[in-house]
Design a protein around this ligand. Structure first.
Ligand SMILES: NC(=O)NCCC[C@H](N)C(=O)O
Length: 306
């Protein structure tokens, strides 16, 4: 009997799942995961309604490397565009696909509807409130770079978007980690996410005063989150103090720089930081592939026993 697991929210994962998925991503990155094609005979639908460079490539390449085959759907391809319900689409997909990787950038309820029949695994490749596969990539990157996640101190500067939310939820599972979020006023984590994080691990402020010193990581994200628009015309002035510049390294000279990408040099980060010696942003991007392979394997129960 094949296992069918879904990854729609970080909260679909136990602490053990999170720790094992991050560790498995590191093994794929280091080339120490057993070679093989555990997903041979599986078919993965790759359905992106929004732009994607890293996530779509990582899940397509990851599925192929694990022996699965893939079918790609763009925003205009499905009969949902002509009025077919998601529930009916899900019934059909569930009879033909083993995995559906979907980026809707909207309400994750649609992903739950795809998952309802439990006949295929559904992976959230980014929805409005959360980007769980990015959080697993980020944990993989932290574990790969530092050798541990517990005890790390992360300073996140930028919008409290899907990436920030997933990171906050994921780091909440590492009791002695600390995530200090500095989000522009009016652009912080939602109340729904704040209710689910561990306040001993995650703190949030809406200014750049009294920044912590000696942090291990400084992380940012682009200012124009997919599928959103800013309500106030003045938003660039509100975001300007939150640009990540080399100045932030004065109190944390050893910190590495992370970014979920795509980057916009001169907006959320300077070129000096993104392209500088402390940046591991493109290693982090590569880890999307290794982490996607860990997620795909886990979703089908093809992961190594704990
Ligand atoms: N790494 C990614 O998945 N990048 C694409 C989206 C990043 C950002 N969180 C956004 O919502 O626009």
């Amino acid at each position: 009997m094949t296992t069918t697991r879904h990854l729609i929210s970080v909260d679909d994962l136990t602490d053990g799942d999170i720790h094992r998925l991050a560790a498995r991503g590191v093994r794929f990155r280091e080339g120490t995961a057993a070679a093989g094609t555990p997903l041979a005979g599986h078919l993965a639908g790759i359905y992106f309604r929004k732009t994607s460079t890293r996530t779509r490539t990582a899940f397509t390449a990851g599925a192929l490397r694990l022996g699965a085959q893939t079918i790609a759907y763009g925003p205009d391809d499905l009969q949902t565009n002509t009025g077919e319900t998601v529930e009916d689409t899900a019934q059909v997909f569930g009879r033909m696909l083993d995995v559906l990787v979907a980026r809707t950038a909207g309400d994750p309820a649609e992903l739950r509807a795809f998952a309802a029949g439990n006949r295929m695994s559904v992976i959230n490749a980014m929805s409005a409130p959360e980007h769980p596969t990015q959080a697993l990539t980020d944990l993989t990157t932290l574990l790969w770079h530092f050798g541990h996640v517990d005890g790390l101190r992360v300073l996140y500067v930028g919008e409290g978007n899907n990436t920030a939310a997933a990171l906050a939820l994921a780091l909440s599972r590492y009791r002695s980690a600390h995530l200090d979020l500095r989000t522009p006023p009016g652009y912080g984590l939602t109340g729904e996410v704040l209710a689910r994080i561990d306040p001993k691990v995650v703190t949030e402020r809406h200014d750049m005063k009294d920044l912590p010193e000696g942090v291990d990581v400084i992380y940012t994200t682009r200012w124009q989150t997919t599928g959103t628009s800013k309500p106030d015309a003045n938003w660039r002035n509100i975001f300007a103090p939150f640009q990540v510049t080399a100045d932030l390294w004065r109190g944390s000279p050893d910190a590495v720089f992370m970014h979920d990408l795509p980057a916009h040099r001169g907006e959320e980060v300077t070129a000096e930081v993104l392209d500088g010696p402390r940046s591991i942003a493109f290693d982090q991007a590569e880890n999307k592939l290794h982490s996607a392979m860990a997620v795909l394997e886990w979703c089908r129960g093809a992961d190594p026993a704990p």
